[in-house]
Ligand binder design. Structure first.
Ligand code: NAP
Length: 534
């Protein structure tokens, strides 16, 4: 199943709130154990900018329906959705079903704006109220699947079943086993003729929570605090509003992101979304937790899924999924960026890794007073011995960039066969990472780390013993979390100049923001944003 041919979101079906480009409501679940705690959370939800609160009364200890509901509904600074979730649907309530439904009826009478009734009991509930409910109350009939995401056709049938109960709003939450599962919900959402909440739970479902605004979900849920969730995978209200610029997402918003696994740590969404916002560019940039690049690309093939950055471990898989490849990326054998051509929908791969890293290393060498233009290229890398640790995506890019600048390249990698293939490609020498400890053919060499050794959380590791660092005049580390790796700290202590991975990261961001948006990047803004998050 794919997203191609999907029409634009039917946001006109929805009630309009706020001043954004979409009518999706941000609902903050409140899950206090006491009414006082709930009241504080209701206030916090308002201050954070939520539109609606979901009062999860199943979390209240010693819940006293009449008194507690009256207090919470009357004193809520935001419209209320009252949910009394039973254990059998993933909630906390384990008591008598009749009493539970009576509390929901009471919530309607006391002025709740929405109540949530689970599909399994919806017919019973509607019979018990005999069609009588205050006019302003909307009943959300919900279905939660904590195991998987059915096909779009099955979800479509579920929508019809829920609609047949008399629901004002249909809610379907499924679980993502793969990022492509979100497409099933998107397909149903855009075609739904009734107001619908469609969300996919879990880390791989995050995009459904953000793109709910693009595909027309009636509600998305945002938490008050990171990690304090009522369902797996919920972002915070603050992330929705500030990081993802939620109010400005519309049916025509272009989707971009960074494809990797894991990806939760990536700072890229902060940088790119800030740059898009500053440029008034109608685009969003998401962390894309992808297992199979081919499945992802085949599924999200509609014209407005337009641009991706690639990171570990998917650069080579991305290369295989391109329709066309830029000559530099072709020579490197890996891509770091992919863009859909709006004219024919074809995907073109680029490698911008080497531009960013090499420029930063050259600047570092010039800072040491080394202009070295022995072969006339003007690069201080020309003629210099350039040792690249690692032979993965970044290693290939650095070795290629070094060769382009006229350096004598040595590739040192844990797996020698990969080092050999890469060294042969760039006309260099191959050694193992272990051999590097005693590798000192000359002084004044340049060292670049492109292995992931030393990256967060294993910050105590380093790919080369400290004693070996005294032969290098400059050491670059592609790792940027942390900024000061053990390698760079020991390099500085050994007297070498150091160049941070953040410089490579920033240089790439400048190029990619421009490629994605067509507008020159605000470099200072991107630099300041990265400084805020590292
Ligand atoms: P990759 O394609 O997966 O390559 C990983 C490399 O690290 C391979 O050479 C691998 O050696 C080596 N390696 C992994 N674990 C190792 C270990 N325990 N001991 C020794 N070597 C090990 O990854 P990549 O895309 O090139 O990224 C590599 C690093 O560069 C990451 O830390 C990434 O964050 C960083 N990076 C930074 C930027 C930036 O903008 N600053 C851009 C791109 C990448 P084998 O071949 O033996 O497996």
């Amino acid at each position: 199943m794919t997203l191609s041919g999907v029409p634009l979101a039917t946001s006109d079906l929805q009630i309009s709130y706020g001043t954004g480009r979409n009518s999706t409501l941000i609902c903050a679940p409140v899950m206090g154990e006491s009414v006082d705690q709930m009241l504080r959370q209701l206030q916090q939800a308002k201050e954070l900018g939520a539109d609606l609160v979901e009062i999860r009364v199943d979390y209240i200890k010693n819940f006293s329906p009449r008194q507690d509901l009256e207090t919470l509904i009357k004193r809520s600074p935001l419209p209320t959705l009252v949910t009394y979730r039973p254990k059998w649907e993933g909630g906390q309530y384990e008591g008598d079903e009749k009493k539970r439904q009576e509390a929901l009826i009471l919530a309607m009478e006391l002025g709740a704006d929405y109540i949530d009734v689970e599909l399994k009991v919806a017919n019973d509930f509607y019979s018990s109220i005999q069609g009588k409910k205050p006019e302003k109350v909307k009943i959300i009939v919900s279905s939660h699947n904590y195991e998987s995401t059915p096909s779009a056709e099955e979800i479509g049938n579920l929508v019809a079943t829920i609609q047949a109960t008399g629901a004002d709003i249909v809610k379907i939450a499924t679980t993502a086993l793969d990022i492509t599962d979100n497409a099933s919900i998107f397909q149903v959402l855009v075609r739904s003729q009734v107001p619908m909440v469609g969300l996919v739970m879990g880390e791989k479902g995050l995009i459904s929570r953000v793109l709910s605004a693009k595909y027309g979900s009636f509600i998305t849920f945002g938490t008050l605090e990171a990690g304090v969730v009522s369902a797996p995978g919920q972002p915070t209200v603050t992330d929705l509003l500030e990081l993802y610029n939620f109010r400005q997402i519309g049916a025509d918003t272009k989707v971009h992101g960074v494809i990797g696994n894991p990806i939760g740590h990536s700072k890229s969404p902060h940088l790119y979304n800030a740059a898009f916002k500053a440029n008034n560019f109608n685009g969003i940039y998401l962390p894309l937790l992808v297992d199979s690049v081919a499945n992802f690309i085949n599924t999200y093939n509609s014209p407005d899924w337009v641009g991706y950055s690639y990171t570990i471990p998917h650069k080579e898989a991305g290369f295989k999924c391109c329709d066309e490849i830029d000559p530099n990326a072709l020579a490197i054998g890996a891509i770091s960026c992919m863009i859909r051509n709006p004219a024919d929908g074809k995907l073109k791969g680029y490698n911008v890794d080497y531009l960013g890293a090499i420029a930063a290393i050259e600047e570092g060498l010039r800072g040491l007073g080394l202009s070295g233009s022995s072969n006339g290229s003007g690069s201080p890398l020309a003629g210099r011995l350039f040792v690249v640790m690692g032979a993965g995506g970044a290693g290939k890019a650095l070795a290629y960039g070094g060769k382009q600048k006229g350096a004598r390249v040595v590739v040192a990698n844990r797996s020698f066969d990969k080092a050999k293939i890469l060294a042969d490609k760039v006309g260099g020498e191959a050694i193992t990472l272990a051999e590097l400890a005693n590798f000192k053919p000359e002084a004044g060499m340049v060292l670049a780390n492109t292995t992931s050794v030393g990256m967060k959380p294993r910050t105590d590791q380093t790919p080369i013993p400290k004693e070996a660092l005294k032969n290098y005049c400059l050491v670059f580390d592609a790792i940027y979390t942390p900024k000061w790796t053990r390698l760079l700290t020991e390099a500085q202590e050994s007297g070498a100049a150091v160049v941070f991975g953040t410089e490579m990261f920033l240089n790439q961001a400048f190029v990619q923001v421009e490629k994605f948006s067509g507008i020159p990047a605000d470099k200072q803004l991107i630099r300041d944003t990265l400084a805020r998050y590292t």
